[in-house]
Design a binder for this molecule. Structure first.
Ligand code: FMN
Length: 355
């Protein structure tokens, strides 16, 4: 894995290795993919203002997120179907996360049961929830995730229905036989080809509840004592409402450009959400590909960042070792950026570092 110098190297190799249907599913955004591009462009616009003459001979990348120590302010974003990238699937991801000392957020649409993933990364797994139309099935899933040992619940709120991902519609995205959504009960777990549509979009339409609204938050709160984070918030007023409703965290995200095309770049939405979030923990995702991107998001007020696609690219090129390499590169680059910006620790990454 040492031959891969940076995340773009790994991304290129992954797309050479992956079947086109899977590559398109990973790479794609909604419709014109404008938001997908905007996520990256926003980082390019956020120029850094390095500090000089700071003793950076010793650097500490560790921090806490929701009260738990993490080796660096990076988490693995919930991403569906890891076994499409590698036969070891989410277990490989979990082992790499554990070795790197970071949290993995497991998708509802994981291809490995949540119990097995928690065993591979004890204390380091959070569970991402899509709320089913069937609220009893939702309650059962939340209970199962908590019993398995997940340390937090991430409720994705930007997907009342699936974004229109035209690559997946054209390519007939589906799950090959033998790969299933392993946490799903009371609904189909396989997603065979659907004529003229993405099988995931069709499954989503039939199973996921588009009526989910603010008034459901108290029911979710009553389902579990785990900390709850809302993923997919892009507005200050929504952040304020979430904080007032007592959520523990907010994840600023546009789902990697896969839901509402034309939505604001995540980085551009971050300051507004931070200003409105009160004491809720603010995390961030969308387009993080370099250590300096992590530093920018932290400077703009995020407590930590999630990476989505890069973990899938890592899986595709080398399973556990590939994900480990992705995390190692990000760690190296964040450390490097901190040194060159005059930041010996995470607390010294402050707002003034970004113009
Ligand atoms: C292939 C793929 C699958 C995803 N699956 C989920 C999912 O199951 N649940 C969810 O909340 N977000 C999902 N996401 C969104 C990610 O959690 C995250 O918001 C996004 O990937 C961040 O952008 P990045 O890929 O540029 O890092 C998925 C993203 C990708 C690329």
């Amino acid at each position: 894995m040492d031959g891969f110098l940076n995340l773009p190297d790994i991304e290129r190799a992954a797309h050479e290795a992956l079947p086109p249907m899977v590559g398109d599913y990973y790479r794609g955004g909604a419709m014109d993919e404008a938001t997908l591009r905007a996520n990256r462009d926003a980082f390019a616009r956020a120029a850094l203002r390095p500090r000089v003459l700071v003793d950076v001979s010793r650097r500490d990348l560790s921090t806490t997120v929701l009260g738990r120590r993490t080796a660096m302010p990076i988490l693995l974003a919930p991403t569906a179907f890891h076994r499409l990238a590698h036969p070891d699937g989410e277990l490989a991801t979990a082992r790499a996360a554990r070795a790197a000392g970071v949290v993995q957020i497991l998708s509802t649409l994981s291809t490995t049961p949540v119990e097995d993933v928690c065993r591979a990364n004890p204390g380091g797994t959070w569970f991402q929830l899509y709320v089913y139309r069937d609220r009893e099935a939702t309650r059962a899933l939340v209970g199962r995730a908590a019993d398995a040992g997940c340390a937090a619940l991430v409720v994705t709120v930007d997907a009342p229905l699936l974004g229109r991902r035209e690559r997946d519609i054209r390519g007939g995205f589906h799950l090959p036989s033998g790969i299933v959504a392993a946490n799903v009960t009371g609904a189909p777990r396989d997603m065979p080809r659907v004529a003229g549509d993405s099988a995931l979009a069709a499954w989503f339409q039939s199973q996921i509840d588009p009526s989910l609204s603010w008034k459901d938050l108290s029911a979710l709160r009553a389902m579990t004592s785990l900390p709850i984070l809302l993923k997919g918030v892009l507005r200050g007023d929504d952040a304020r409402r979430a904080a007032d409703a007592g959520v523990d965290g907010i994840i600023v995200s546009n789902h990697g450009g896969r839901q509402m095309d034309g939505a604001v770049a995540s980085l551009d939405a971050l300051p507004e959400v931070v200003a409105a979030a009160g004491t809720a923990t603010v995390l961030f995702d969308g387009g993080v590909r370099r250590g300096a991107d992590v530093l920018r998001a932290l400077a703009l007020g995020a407590r930590g960042v999630l990476v989505g696609r890069p973990q899938l690219h890592g899986l595709a090129v080398g399973g556990e070792a590939g994900v480990a390499r992705v995390l190692e590169i990000l760690r190296f680059e964040l450390d490097h950026a901190m040194a060159l910006c005059g930041c010996p620790d995470i607390a010294s990454i402050t707002r003034d570092l970004v113009r």
